[in-house]
Design a binder for this molecule. Structure first.
Ligand SMILES: NC(=O)c1ccc[n+]([C@@H]2O[C@H](COP(=O)([O-])OP(=O)(O)OC[C@H]3O[C@@H](n4cnc5c(N)ncnc54)[C@H](OP(=O)(O)O)[C@@H]3O)[C@@H](O)[C@H]2O)c1
Length: 245
């Protein structure tokens, strides 16, 4: 099968398509023949990407249930969902704001779980659909300042394992990708909040060097495709060897 036929006749929803990883994943899936529905908040970015990729799009805020419900109502049926929306309120615990923690849990953890619920209830997931959620290496390792973010990602992975079992009889699959630090806006803004030395030390901890969005996109493509049809409920580290140390 040529690369451009891999997702022929497959509809894939990419949530967070306006972000560094979501955008790269969308472009990669398009190059492999997928029809895309893109979602994000920034309308200018979303419109530009939709035009570039010939995709449908919907701008929604996923920090509350209204945006999620609107997304599930509006789209047609899909064969795959990539959830790449996320926020990272990185701060020492004494400076963490209630509102930031709440949004973090809503967007990173509750959002993907309840979006799947809404899509199932509205019969928007085709048989054999594959869900891919963006977690993080932070879910399994302590890092000062990351308490809220790490909790949101550990919860996401726990949800994915349970949903994977629940949806297996429908031949639907749910998997997570746990990237290490990849060069995107999120990584840049997290880096701004830690010292230069801490960042340099962190980057040295990647045996294969720094990661790129394309590395995550290739993993998402695998987990969405039939090549991974016997893989469900796992978290795939895409981290240049960071987490095996
Ligand atoms: N980059 C990394 O190093 C890294 C490492 C590990 C895990 N991850 C995870 O990978 C995912 C993507 O990260 P990224 O680097 O691509 O981040 P990013 O560039 O900051 O993009 C974040 C995405 O989330 C969307 N988003 C944020 N808040 C939202 C809300 N309330 N409603 C709807 N959409 C919202 C953004 O939409 P708008 O821009 O349109 O507002 C954007 O599309 C995240 O879950 C992140 O935790 C990233």
């Amino acid at each position: 099968m040529s690369g451009s036929d891999k997702f022929k006749n497959k509809q894939i929803l990419v949530v967070g398509a306006t972000g560094g990883l979501g955008c790269s994943i969308a472009r990669h899936l398009k190059s492999e023949g997928a029809s895309l529905i893109l979602s994000g908040r920034n309308e200018a970015k979303l419109n530009a990407l939709s035009q570039e990729l010939g995709a449908d799009s919907l701008s929604v805020d996923l920090s509350d249930s209204a945006g999620r419900a609107q997304l599930a109502d509006t789209i047609g049926t899909v064969d795959g969902v990539v959830y790449a929306a996320g926020v990272a309120p990185v701060a020492p615990v004494r400076y963490l704001k209630d509102a930031d923690v709440e949004v973090c849990l809503n967007v990173n953890t509750t959002g993907p779980l309840l979006l799947i619920r809404d899509l199932l209830k509205k019969k928007k997931l085709n048989a054999g659909a594959s869900m891919v959620w963006l977690s993080s290496v932070a879910s399994a390792r302590g890092a000062a300042g990351y308490a809220a973010y790490a909790a949101s990602k550990a919860g996401l992975e726990a949800s994915a394992r349970c949903l994977a079992l629940e949806l297996a009889p429908k031949r639907m699959r749910v998997n997570c990708i746990a990237p290490g630090m990849i060069e995107t806006e999120m990584a840049a803004s997290a880096a701004e909040r830690i010292s230069g030395e801490a960042l340099a030390a962190h980057l040295k901890a990647y045996p294969l060097g720094a990661g790129q969005p394309a590395d995550v996109a290739a993993a998402a493509s695998f987990l969405l495709s039939d090549a991974s049809r016997w893989v469900t409920g796992v978290t795939l580290p895409v981290d240049g060897g960071f987490s095996i140390q």
